[in-house]
Design a protein around this ligand. Structure first.
Ligand SMILES: [Zn+2]
Length: 325
């Protein structure tokens, strides 16, 4: 059990601690990462340390479980968790388990409509949702007519974890449906007539990254869409509607009709060539940081790129250097 006395501040202290001291080899996470300021941290280590700031003692790894328990706890405190797996994320697994539950609750339910509903939410095709929901059956101890389909073992592990978590408190887990649905809501694309008027933070679209079509034209088109949405999103965050460098605070001066501030990808995954990778636009937006050209260049002096905090430090040290000169 994770003590409820752990607050967002305790987690931020833990993150600062890890940033300063690094991650011990044994505590690296292969499955999930807590994304903060463009860096990925092992969720379980973060919570262990956060406990120290909450009540003076680290949580040992046996006192709570990684995966769903840690992820739900951290997300409730407003943190972003990403799956390191290319298979279904645990939230997508949630919808498979939820769908399975729905079919059990309403055996007469039209399956195709259910698959379509989930498909529209998470952006995977109805066929793979059918496949996944059938696999949920393998965790159900009750006898069932349908046999689960074969699937890679590690993908099964995550689905199993989600299933256990869901059934631990089924009615509460069902309530998460609305919350997760809102997070997955996506805007119909421009090929339809529907043009919902959503706020920037609600602009959720599923975009396809790094498909098989790698012609320069289609690539430009793709990043242009993200760039436009990104600019709109970050302008919406500021009172004066301007883009601002997150590292040094620079904004494009008035009177210039050319936007100087660039959008930097903190997560190289969005530049990868993984075939057919589907990414929620909101997640892609979260991986963008507005930076001025100088700070952007500094970010790319290292691989993976420097975090915003590291750029700030670097700029401070450069300033000191030039003043002393
Ligand atoms: Zn800057």
């Amino acid at each position: 059990m994770i003590p409820k006395t752990i607050t967002r501040d305790h987690v931020l202290q833990a993150i600062a601690n890890i940033l300063a001291e690094g991650v011990p080899k044994k505590r690296k996470s292969t499955k999930f990462g807590l994304i903060h300021d463009g860096q990925s941290y092992p969720p379980k280590l973060v919570l262990s340390l956060a406990a120290k700031y909450a009540y003076g003692e680290e949580l040992t790894t046996t006192e709570f479980s990684g995966g769903v328990e840690s992820n739900v706890f951290l997300e409730r405190l407003g943190f972003q968790i990403e799956s390191n797996w290319e298979d279904w994320s645990w939230k997508e697994c949630y919808f498979a388990v939820w769908g399975y539950d729905q079919l059990n609750l309403e055996p007469g339910q039209v399956k195709k409509a259910l698959y379509r509903e989930i498909s529209q939410l998470i952006g995977r095709n109805a066929g793979s949702i059918y496949y996944k929901i059938r696999n949920v059956a393998s965790f159900d101890p009750r006898p069932s007519g349908e046999k689960p389909m074969a699937e890679a073992k590690n993908a099964q592990i995550l689905l199993g974890e989600v299933y256990q978590w869901y059934w631990d408190d089924r009615s509460k887990a069902r309530d998460f449906y609305n919350q997760y649905r809102d997070e997955f809501l996506f805007v119909l694309d421009s090929t339809t007539n529907a043009k919902p008027n959503l706020s920037p933070t609600q602009t959720l679209t599923i975009i396809e990254e790094g498909g098989t079509n790698t012609s320069p034209a289609s690539r430009r088109k793709r990043s242009q869409k993200l760039l436009n949405e990104g600019r709109r999103y970050f302008r919406g965050l500021h009172k004066d509607g301007r883009l601002q460098c997150q590292a040094c605070g620079f904004s494009t001066p008035d009177g210039l009709d050319f936007e100087v501030i660039q959008l930097h990808h903190t997560n190289p995954i969005y530049e990868s060539d993984v075939a057919g990778r589907r990414i929620l636009l909101l997640d892609a937006l979260k991986s963008l940081v507005p930076l001025c050209p100088t700070c952007h260049a500094l970010a790319h002096t290292s691989r993976p790129p420097l975090s915003v905090q590291a750029i700030k430090k670097l700029r401070e040290s450069l300033q000191t250097y030039s003043v002393n000169k």
